[in-house]
Design a protein around this ligand. Structure first.
Ligand code: ZN
Length: 561
C-alpha cells in the first residue's frame, strides 16, 4: 500500500527521466595530489540538499526498543552518526515547542513557542486560548479552527538563514500537522503543505503545483478505500496482547478501517506514506538539490504521535506503525537516491512519550496515575476564590502554565499568586510550582540536559508574555489525561526524560558511522547542519556536533578543513 502511494504521487516516469546521478563527492575519489585521506572521512563538499525529518513522538525509548528490527530507511540512518540520547531539554514537551527547536537552534524560551496552546488574555475571544501556529487576529480564527500562521515563531529557521545567505535556496516543508510544517519551515517558504485532517492543504491563496494536486488526489483515493488489517510483522508478536482502557480494547490493532474514515487514516501508517510521497514528489518536481545552491526540505511525519495517543506505545499498533514508517522512509530515500543528489539527512523527534497508564499499571509499574481534577486550574482557582471572598474567575490555563485572571484587582494579585503557588505545591501530584518571575530569574542551563533541575527545564520553556504567571510541573508518570477516550489514551508534555529524550540521527553518503552515547540537544541540530554548508549561526542555544569520528572536524568550517 505504501509503495503504491509513493509511486502514485512521485511517478516513476519522473525518476526515470532524471539525469544520471552526479559524481560522488570529491572525498570519495581524492585527487592523486592530495594527501592520502582517511578512508572513512566525512565528505568535505557542502551537501546539495538538507533533508530534516521529524517523527512525532518518536521517543528515545521507542528507538531503543525497535532499532534492531529496522531494515528500511531507519536502518540506513543507524549506519550514520547516531546520537541515541538526544534531548528536547525543556519542560513543556509538546509538539509545537518541540518542532520549534529542531530547525531553529533555539529552545522554546527564545522561539516563543511555549506550548501548543497558551492563554492570551488580550485575545478577542471568549476562551482566551491561542494556538501556536495561528493568526488570532484573522477574522473567524479560533484556537481550534484557526487561520494557520507562522507569526508566533520569534526566530528564523535554518531554511530562512540559508535563503538570507543565498536567495536561490528553495525551502520546502511538508508534514502531517500544520504546526510541524510551519515550525520547521519558518517564515520564508517556497512550498509548505500539511494534512489538515481531511486533505493536504497550505496557507490560503497559495498556488497548488501539479505534483501537490497529484498527491492530493492519490491520498483522497486511498482514504476513500477501506483498509484491510495490515500484516503483523514477526517482531510484533511479543506485544500482541489486549489491554482494556474503559470501554476500549487496545493492543492488538492492525489499522483496519472503513472507507472514508479520516480519523482512523490519520492515526495510521497511511498518513506518513502520504506525507513522504508528497515530499518525494516535490523533490523530483522542483529538482531540489540540482542547482548551484543547497536547498532545504523538512518533513514532519506525524502518525507515530496519533498512534501513540490512540493506542499507547506497547501494542501491535505502535509496532506495526514503526515497521511501516521504516519501510516508507526507505522508499522515500530510494527516490532521493534516484535523483543522484548529494543530500545530508537528519532525523529526530519533537518529544517522547510513555505508555498508557492502564497497561503500565497492569505491569505493576509504580506511581502510574491520571491527573486529579483537584490539580486543575479551575478547581484550585475556585477554592482560592471561595476562601478569599473573590467573585469571578481566578485562575486560567491547564497543564504547565497557569494564569491569574486579568479581571482580578491589582491589589489582590500578589496574594492570589502566593496562595495558588502554596496550594499547588501542597498537592501530592505536583513536583514543582514556581511563579513566572521565579522561573525567569533562573539562569538558562548550560550543563548537559540530563543534569538540569526541574526549574532549569521550566526556564528553557519560559517566554515572558506567553508563559503562565505560575508554572506547575506534575510528578513523574502522572498523565494529564483525566479520563481516557477514543483516540486519546496516552499523552506527553511532562518535564520527565521519557518525554524529553529523542534520537538524533545524521546520514550522508560517504559519511562514516559512529555512535555517541552522551547526551546532546535538538538545538544542536541547526549549528551541525549549518556547518556542513559553511554557514555560521551565531547566538543559537545549541552547539555544533562533529559528524566525523576521525580527526576531520565537520564543525571546523571550510577554511580549517
Ligand atoms: Zn502528541
Amino acid at each position: 500500500m505504501l509503495a503504491a502511494l509513493l509511486l502514485a504521487a512521485a511517478p516513476l516516469q519522473a525518476a526515470q527521466t532524471l539525469p544520471p546521478p552526479e559524481k560522488a563527492p570529491p572525498v570519495a575519489n581524492p585527487a592523486p595530489a592530495s594527501p592520502p585521506a582517511a578512508p572513512a572521512a566525512a565528505p568535505r563538499t557542502p551537501p546539495k540538499l538538507i533533508v530534516a525529518v521529524s517523527v512525532d513522538q518518536f521517543s528515545a525509548d521507542l528507538f531503543a526498543q525497535y532499532r534492531r528490527t529496522f531494515t528500511g530507511g531507519l536502518a540506513r540512518l543507524l549506519a550514520g552518526a547516531v546520537f541515541p540520547a538526544g534531548y528536547q531539554g525543556h519542560a513543556a514537551t509538546e509538539t509545537c515547542p518541540g518542532h520549534s527547536t529542531i530547525l531553529t537552534g533555539y529552545r522554546p524560551a527564545r522561539t516563543g513557542i511555549v506550548a501548543n496552546t497558551w492563554i492570551d488574555q488580550g485575545a478577542a475571544r471568549a476562551d482566551k486560548q491561542v494556538y501556536c501556529a495561528e493568526d488570532e487576529s484573522a477574522p473567524g480564527s479560533t484556537h481550534e479552527n484557526y487561520v494557520a500562521s507562522d507569526k508566533h515563531l520569534l526566530v528564523p529557521t535554518l531554511g530562512e538563514r540559508m535563503k538570507a545567505a543565498d536567495p536561490r535556496t528553495r525551502v520546502v516543508s511538508v508534514a502531517g500537522k500544520d504546526r510541524a510544517a510551519i515550525m520547521m519551515g519558518g517564515h520564508k517558504v517556497d512550498e509548505l503543505w500539511w494534512w489538515n485532517g481531511k486533505a493536504i492543504v497550505s496557507y490560503p491563496g497559495r498556488t497548488t503545483p501539479p505534483v501537490v494536486a497529484r498527491a492530493q488526489k492519490a491520498v483522497a483515493d486511498l482514504l476513500a478505500q477501506p483498509q484491510p488489517a495490515l500484516d503483523l510483522p514477526p517482531q510484533c508478536r511479543a506485544v500482541d496482547r489486549e489491554i482494556r482502557v474503559g470501554e476500549l480494547s487496545l493492543g492488538r490493532g492492525r489499522f483496519e478501517r472503513a472507507a472514508g474514515d479520516a480519523r482512523a487514516f490519520r492515526a495510521s501508517p497511511a498518513l506518513d506514506a502520504a506525507v513522504l510521497s508528497l515530499a518525494a514528489g516535490l523533490v523530483q518536481d522542483m529538482k531540489l538539490g540540482r542547482q548551484a545552491q543547497t536547498d532545504m526540505l523538512s518533513v514532519g511525519v506525524s502518525a507515530t504521535d496519533y498512534v501513540g495517543h490512540a493506542f499507547g506505545t506497547q501494542g501491535t499498533e505502535m509496532c506495526i506503525q514503526l515497521a511501516q514508517l521504516d519501510e516508507a522512509l526507505g522508499g522515500f530515500l530510494d527516490v532521493l537516491d534516484a535523483t543522484g543528489v548529494d543530500y545530508q539527512l537528519m532525523l529526530t523527534a519533537d518529544h517522547g512519550a510513555h505508555d498508557v497508564t492502564e497497561r503500565q499499571r497492569q505491569r505493576a509499574m509504580p506511581m502510574e496515575a491520571h491527573i486529579d481534577p483537584q490539580v486543575q486550574a479551575k478547581a484550585v482557582g475556585a477554592a482560592i476564590g471561595r476562601d478569599l471572598g473573590l467573585t469571578g474567575p481566578v485562575l486560567l490555563g491547564s497543564e504547565g502554565d497557569i494564569y491569574l485572571d486579568r479581571t482580578l484587582p491589582a491589589a489582590q494579585r500578589p496574594r492570589v499568586l502566593a496562595e495558588a503557588r502554596r496550594r499547588y505545591a501542597a498537592q501530592s501530584q505536583v513536583a514543582l510550582a514556581m511563579t513566572g518571575a521565579e522561573v525567569a530569574a533562573v539562569p538558562m542551563p548550560t550543563t548537559p540536559p540530563e543534569t538540569w533541575t526541574l526549574a532549569e527545564r521550566a526556564r528553557a520553556s519560559y517566554s515572558p508574555g506567553r508563559s503562565g504567571d505560575l508554572i506547575v510541573l506534575l510528578r513523574p508518570r502522572v498523565t494529564t489525561i483525566e479520563v481516557p477516550g477514543p483516540g486519546y489514551v496516552e499523552t506527553h508534555g511532562s518535564p520527565w526524560d521519557y518525554d524529553r529524550r529523542v534520537p538524533i540521527l545524521f546520514w550522508r553518503r560517504g559519511q562514516p558511522g559512529f555512535e555517541q552515547p552522551l547526551s546532546v540537544e535538538t538545538v544542536d541540530i541547526v549549528p551541525t547542519l549549518a556547518a556542513t554548508i559553511g554557514l555560521t549561526v551565531p547566538g543559537v542555544d545549541g552547539r555544533c556536533l562533529d559528524l566525523d569520528p576521525g580527526p576531520a572536524d565537520t564543525c571546523a568550517g571550510p577554511e580549517r578543513r
